[in-house]
Ligand binder design. Structure first.
Ligand SMILES: *Cc1c(COP(=O)(O)O)cnc(C)c1O
Length: 411
């Protein structure tokens, strides 16, 4: 293919996406991110962001970002080991490690980069041994960044086996671990999202902790949708399920509840984190998290730790919305997470409904095949502490109006 032919192939692929209704349209926001945003000249209640604690435009976070800019400047123009480390980077690493219940942490530019880094750095070493095989047990619904991390790792470290267990099915995982006893795998990691973002379901962490101990594996949990969200004081899925401090490796993002800007981390034992400082390629060869993001992310942790009311507000809003949307006659996936999937069945209905809800002042996104199984199309509502009771009532009312109009609800 010459370039002209290539571009024409790309264009016909794009046309295919449109036809298959998998084309991802981006709607520009005309305001800052928040509980309400401006879209197409009107206000809309934002039910599609990961801004769970409403920190994306919180006055204290903005103030901390300004302070970071004034004190530390805009950029570092460097990677960490050359000249990109400041006391604030070290402080954020210490703070996030403590927050997720681990000894130490290492920042990355995103959680995507952190997840790719972890597996590749750990498994691409023979540690002076010959004739060994390593293994990763991964939940089938894990985030794309874990999947890509495992893929990259297998490309680099060919002696690594990767195995999928059924979503949250710890009995299936146990069966695999038992079958593998005779294999004598060297390094074993069990990898899971803390919260699965299409369903808002939680990983069965207590059972996974038990399995990891019993079979001599490391337990790796990606807390991107859970840090600042779950648990009485927002410390995540392990707090919610009573195993805080018992997870070997925790990764997560500062791009969701914890301020919402960007940046990711890996937390775990000190030896592991120091090893990653030497061997993580996205850490060693890619720029440092900028100072404004670091100071504002520290402020996000400060806020969560000093004002428990923010997390409580999120939990109250979530319980209220879950209750009222069911009372309105919709079917949801039960749970406690602020991700509330409203199940609609057919993709076309989810598409029409999300479009008409925007006209009613509610910004929400639909998910359909191939992102979720066929016939399980849904609208995914994401509740925030920034929503007022009026916002949530308005959203419920709009759901009822549009649901009746489209025949999803009986009128
Ligand atoms: C959002 C998300 C990521 C990616 O985080 P970034 O910091 O935006 O790269 C990784 N893992 C999970 C489970 C996520 O939900």
């Amino acid at each position: 293919m010459n370039p002209t032919e290539l571009y024409s192939v790309l264009q016909s692929e794009l046309d295919q996406f449109e036809k298959a209704k998998t084309y991802k349209y981006e709607v520009p926001l005309e305001s800052e991110q928040g509980g309400r945003v401006r879209v197409k000249g009107r206000d809309a209640i934002m039910l599609a962001s990961n801004n769970y604690l409403g920190l994306a435009n919180h006055p204290k976070i903005k103030e901390a970002a300004h302070r970071g800019l004034d004190e530390w400047g805009f950029g570092m123009s460097s990677v960490r080991f050359l000249c990109g480390t400041e006391p604030i980077h070290l402080e954020l690493e210490e703070r996030i490690a403590r927050f997720v219940g681990c000894e130490a942490a290492i920042l990355h530019s995103s959680c995507f980069a952190a997840n790719e880094a972890f597996f590749t750095a750990l498994y691409a070493n023979d540690f002076g041994q010959t004739d060994f095989e390593d293994v990763i047990y991964s939940d089938q619904y894990n985030h794309a960044s874990i999947i890509d991390g495992v893929r990259l790792c297998r490309a680099v470290a060919k002696q690594t086996a990767s195995k999928l267990y059924r979503n949250r099915d710890f009995a299936h995982l146990r069966q695999m671990l038992e079958e593998d006893r005779s294999q004598n795998y060297r390094i074993k990691v069990i990898a899971t999202d803390g919260v699965f973002s299409m369903e808002g379901h939680l990983a069965p962490l207590p059972e996974l902790v038990t399995l990891a101990r019993e079979f001599g594996a490391l337990l790796f949990v990606d807390e991107s949708h859970a840090s600042g969200v779950l648990g009485k004081t927002g410390h995540g899925t392990p707090e919610e399920l009573g195993v805080h401090g018992q997870i070997d490796v925790v990764t997560g993002t500062f791009g969701k509840a914890l301020g919402g800007a960007s940046g990711g981390f890996i937390a775990g034992r000190r030896e592991l984190i120091e090893f990653l400082r030497q061997k993580s390629r996205p850490y060693t060869f890619s720029n440092t998290v900028p100072p404004v993001v670091v100071t504002a992310s520290i402020a996000a942790l400060d806020l969560i730790e000093t004002d428990p009311g923010i997390v409580t507000q999120l939990h109250e809003n979530t319980a209220y919305f879950r209750q009222e949307i069911v009372n309105a006659g919709f079917r949801i996936l039960e749970g406690t997470h602020p991700i509330v999937p409203v199940m609609l069945g057919e993709a076309a209905i989810a598409q029409d409904m999300s479009r008409e809800l925007l006209d009613e002042g509610v910004y929400i996104k639909g998910l359909w095949y191939p992102v979720v199984p066929k016939g399980e199309a849904r609208l995914r509502a994401q509740i925030s502490a920034a929503h007022t009771r009026q916002d949530l009532d308005h959203a419920i009312k709009a759901f009822k109006t549009v649901g009746k109009r489209l025949g999803v609800l009986e009128s």
